[in-house]
Design a binder for this molecule. Structure first.
Ligand SMILES: C[S@@+](CC[C@H](N)C(=O)[O-])C[C@H]1O[C@@H](n2cnc3c(N)ncnc32)[C@H](O)[C@@H]1O
Length: 186
Protein backbone atom coordinates (compact mmCIF):
# COMPACT_ATOMS: atom_id res chain seq x y z
CA UNK A 1 0.00 0.00 0.00
CA UNK A 2 2.92 2.37 0.67
CA UNK A 3 4.16 1.63 -2.87
CA UNK A 4 0.66 2.34 -4.23
CA UNK A 5 0.67 5.69 -2.41
CA UNK A 6 4.12 6.50 -3.81
CA UNK A 7 2.67 6.16 -7.29
CA UNK A 8 -0.85 7.57 -6.94
CA UNK A 9 -0.37 10.42 -4.43
CA UNK A 10 2.01 12.34 -6.72
CA UNK A 11 -0.72 12.30 -9.38
CA UNK A 12 -3.51 13.24 -6.95
CA UNK A 13 -1.49 16.13 -5.52
CA UNK A 14 -0.65 17.41 -9.00
CA UNK A 15 -4.11 16.95 -10.56
CA UNK A 16 -6.30 17.77 -7.52
CA UNK A 17 -4.28 20.44 -5.68
CA UNK A 18 -7.46 22.38 -4.90
CA UNK A 19 -8.81 19.49 -2.83
CA UNK A 20 -6.08 20.08 -0.21
CA UNK A 21 -5.88 23.89 -0.40
CA UNK A 22 -6.97 25.89 2.63
CA UNK A 23 -7.14 23.05 5.13
CA UNK A 24 -5.31 23.04 8.44
CA UNK A 25 -5.62 19.43 9.59
CA UNK A 26 -6.30 16.07 7.97
CA UNK A 27 -6.80 12.60 9.39
CA UNK A 28 -6.00 9.67 7.12
CA UNK A 29 -8.44 7.03 8.38
CA UNK A 30 -7.22 3.42 8.02
CA UNK A 31 -4.09 5.06 6.62
CA UNK A 32 -1.82 2.05 7.18
CA UNK A 33 1.85 3.03 7.45
CA UNK A 34 1.04 6.55 6.26
CA UNK A 35 2.37 6.67 2.70
CA UNK A 36 -0.48 8.94 1.61
CA UNK A 37 -0.26 11.22 4.66
CA UNK A 38 3.49 11.61 4.27
CA UNK A 39 2.99 12.70 0.64
CA UNK A 40 0.28 15.21 1.66
CA UNK A 41 2.40 16.53 4.53
CA UNK A 42 5.39 17.00 2.22
CA UNK A 43 3.33 18.83 -0.43
CA UNK A 44 1.35 20.94 2.10
CA UNK A 45 3.67 21.43 5.11
CA UNK A 46 1.13 23.69 6.88
CA UNK A 47 -1.41 20.82 7.06
CA UNK A 48 -1.24 18.87 10.31
CA UNK A 49 -1.52 15.23 9.15
CA UNK A 50 -2.42 12.22 11.31
CA UNK A 51 -3.02 8.56 10.55
CA UNK A 52 -5.62 6.46 12.37
CA UNK A 53 -5.15 2.69 12.14
CA UNK A 54 -5.40 -0.42 14.30
CA UNK A 55 -2.86 -0.71 17.18
CA UNK A 56 -0.77 -3.50 15.58
CA UNK A 57 -0.37 -1.38 12.41
CA UNK A 58 0.52 1.79 14.32
CA UNK A 59 3.13 -0.25 16.26
CA UNK A 60 5.05 -0.65 12.97
CA UNK A 61 4.69 2.98 11.89
CA UNK A 62 7.88 4.71 10.75
CA UNK A 63 9.53 7.14 13.17
CA UNK A 64 10.90 10.57 12.31
CA UNK A 65 8.12 11.78 9.99
CA UNK A 66 5.89 14.85 10.34
CA UNK A 67 2.86 12.56 10.52
CA UNK A 68 1.26 11.69 13.86
CA UNK A 69 0.10 8.05 14.25
CA UNK A 70 -2.97 7.29 16.35
CA UNK A 71 -4.05 3.78 17.35
CA UNK A 72 -7.80 3.30 17.22
CA UNK A 73 -10.83 1.79 15.52
CA UNK A 74 -12.69 3.76 12.82
CA UNK A 75 -15.91 1.91 13.78
CA UNK A 76 -15.66 3.36 17.32
CA UNK A 77 -14.55 6.95 16.75
CA UNK A 78 -12.39 9.17 14.56
CA UNK A 79 -10.28 11.98 16.07
CA UNK A 80 -11.34 15.50 15.00
CA UNK A 81 -9.82 17.19 11.92
CA UNK A 82 -10.78 19.66 9.16
CA UNK A 83 -10.73 16.87 6.62
CA UNK A 84 -11.03 13.09 6.80
CA UNK A 85 -9.13 11.24 4.06
CA UNK A 86 -9.96 7.62 3.14
CA UNK A 87 -7.73 6.00 0.53
CA UNK A 88 -8.58 2.53 -0.83
CA UNK A 89 -10.55 1.69 2.32
CA UNK A 90 -14.28 1.86 1.60
CA UNK A 91 -14.28 -0.79 -1.14
CA UNK A 92 -13.14 -3.31 1.51
CA UNK A 93 -16.50 -2.98 3.28
CA UNK A 94 -20.22 -3.54 2.69
CA UNK A 95 -22.77 -0.73 2.78
CA UNK A 96 -23.66 -1.14 6.49
CA UNK A 97 -20.01 -0.81 7.56
CA UNK A 98 -19.38 2.09 5.15
CA UNK A 99 -22.33 4.04 6.55
CA UNK A 100 -20.93 3.49 10.08
CA UNK A 101 -17.50 4.77 8.98
CA UNK A 102 -19.02 7.79 7.21
CA UNK A 103 -21.17 8.67 10.23
CA UNK A 104 -18.03 8.67 12.39
CA UNK A 105 -16.29 10.83 9.76
CA UNK A 106 -19.16 13.33 9.94
CA UNK A 107 -18.79 13.58 13.73
CA UNK A 108 -15.04 14.26 13.32
CA UNK A 109 -15.28 17.24 10.93
CA UNK A 110 -16.62 20.81 11.21
CA UNK A 111 -19.62 22.02 9.12
CA UNK A 112 -19.17 22.66 5.39
CA UNK A 113 -19.00 26.47 5.79
CA UNK A 114 -16.01 25.95 8.10
CA UNK A 115 -14.20 23.76 5.55
CA UNK A 116 -15.30 20.33 6.80
CA UNK A 117 -15.30 17.54 4.21
CA UNK A 118 -14.43 13.89 3.65
CA UNK A 119 -12.07 13.09 0.79
CA UNK A 120 -12.35 9.52 -0.51
CA UNK A 121 -9.90 8.04 -3.02
CA UNK A 122 -11.46 4.86 -4.40
CA UNK A 123 -12.99 3.32 -7.50
CA UNK A 124 -16.19 4.77 -8.97
CA UNK A 125 -17.33 2.20 -11.53
CA UNK A 126 -18.21 3.92 -14.80
CA UNK A 127 -16.51 7.24 -13.98
CA UNK A 128 -13.80 8.64 -16.23
CA UNK A 129 -12.53 6.95 -19.37
CA UNK A 130 -14.58 4.01 -20.59
CA UNK A 131 -12.14 2.19 -22.88
CA UNK A 132 -11.75 -1.59 -22.83
CA UNK A 133 -8.69 -1.54 -20.51
CA UNK A 134 -10.58 0.48 -17.89
CA UNK A 135 -13.62 -1.78 -18.06
CA UNK A 136 -11.44 -4.92 -17.75
CA UNK A 137 -9.60 -3.44 -14.75
CA UNK A 138 -12.89 -2.53 -13.05
CA UNK A 139 -14.26 -6.05 -13.57
CA UNK A 140 -11.06 -7.65 -12.19
CA UNK A 141 -11.13 -5.43 -9.08
CA UNK A 142 -14.83 -6.17 -8.63
CA UNK A 143 -14.12 -9.93 -8.62
CA UNK A 144 -11.14 -9.56 -6.29
CA UNK A 145 -12.97 -7.38 -3.80
CA UNK A 146 -15.97 -9.77 -3.72
CA UNK A 147 -13.66 -12.35 -2.07
CA UNK A 148 -13.38 -10.13 1.01
CA UNK A 149 -17.08 -9.19 1.01
CA UNK A 150 -16.30 -5.68 -0.15
CA UNK A 151 -17.91 -3.83 -3.06
CA UNK A 152 -16.86 -1.71 -5.99
CA UNK A 153 -19.54 0.98 -6.36
CA UNK A 154 -20.86 3.02 -9.23
CA UNK A 155 -22.08 6.58 -8.61
CA UNK A 156 -25.50 5.34 -7.44
CA UNK A 157 -23.84 2.98 -4.94
CA UNK A 158 -21.71 5.82 -3.51
CA UNK A 159 -24.66 8.22 -3.44
CA UNK A 160 -26.71 5.74 -1.41
CA UNK A 161 -24.15 5.35 1.40
CA UNK A 162 -23.17 9.05 1.37
CA UNK A 163 -26.76 10.26 1.86
CA UNK A 164 -27.62 7.45 4.30
CA UNK A 165 -24.73 8.63 6.50
CA UNK A 166 -26.27 12.12 6.61
CA UNK A 167 -24.07 14.05 4.15
CA UNK A 168 -25.66 16.71 1.93
CA UNK A 169 -23.66 16.60 -1.30
CA UNK A 170 -20.64 15.11 -3.09
CA UNK A 171 -18.38 15.66 -6.11
CA UNK A 172 -16.64 12.95 -8.14
CA UNK A 173 -13.31 13.78 -9.81
CA UNK A 174 -11.89 10.90 -11.92
CA UNK A 175 -8.14 11.16 -11.39
CA UNK A 176 -5.98 8.11 -12.01
CA UNK A 177 -6.82 4.92 -13.90
CA UNK A 178 -10.04 3.49 -12.50
CA UNK A 179 -9.87 5.57 -9.33
CA UNK A 180 -11.53 8.88 -8.46
CA UNK A 181 -11.48 11.44 -5.71
CA UNK A 182 -14.93 11.83 -4.11
CA UNK A 183 -15.34 15.00 -2.07
CA UNK A 184 -18.17 14.51 0.43
CA UNK A 185 -19.72 17.54 2.15
CA UNK A 186 -21.57 17.62 5.49
C1 LIG B 1 -6.24 -1.60 2.06
S1 LIG B 1 -5.43 -0.91 3.47
C2 LIG B 1 -5.38 0.80 3.02
C3 LIG B 1 -4.25 1.52 3.70
C4 LIG B 1 -4.06 2.98 3.27
N1 LIG B 1 -5.30 3.72 3.28
C5 LIG B 1 -3.40 3.09 1.91
O1 LIG B 1 -4.08 3.32 0.90
O2 LIG B 1 -2.17 2.91 1.88
C6 LIG B 1 -6.73 -0.97 4.70
C7 LIG B 1 -6.31 -0.47 6.08
O3 LIG B 1 -7.47 -0.47 6.93
C8 LIG B 1 -7.01 -0.69 8.25
N2 LIG B 1 -8.15 -1.03 9.11
C9 LIG B 1 -8.94 -2.15 9.05
N3 LIG B 1 -9.89 -2.09 10.00
C10 LIG B 1 -9.72 -0.91 10.66
C11 LIG B 1 -10.41 -0.28 11.75
N4 LIG B 1 -11.46 -0.88 12.33
N5 LIG B 1 -9.98 0.92 12.18
C12 LIG B 1 -8.91 1.53 11.60
N6 LIG B 1 -8.22 0.98 10.56
C13 LIG B 1 -8.62 -0.23 10.10
C14 LIG B 1 -6.01 -1.84 8.02
O4 LIG B 1 -5.20 -2.04 9.16
C15 LIG B 1 -5.27 -1.34 6.78
O5 LIG B 1 -4.15 -0.55 7.13
Amino acid sequence: MVADSGFTMDIIIKECRDVFQGISSLIDVAGGLGGASQAISKAFPHVECSVLDLPHVVASAPAGTDVKYIAGDMFQSIPPANVVFLKWVMHDWGDTECVKILRNCKKAIPPRDQGGKVVIFDMVVGAGTSDLKHIETQVLFDLFIMFINGAERDEQGWKKIIYEAGFSDYKIIPVVGVRSIIEVYP
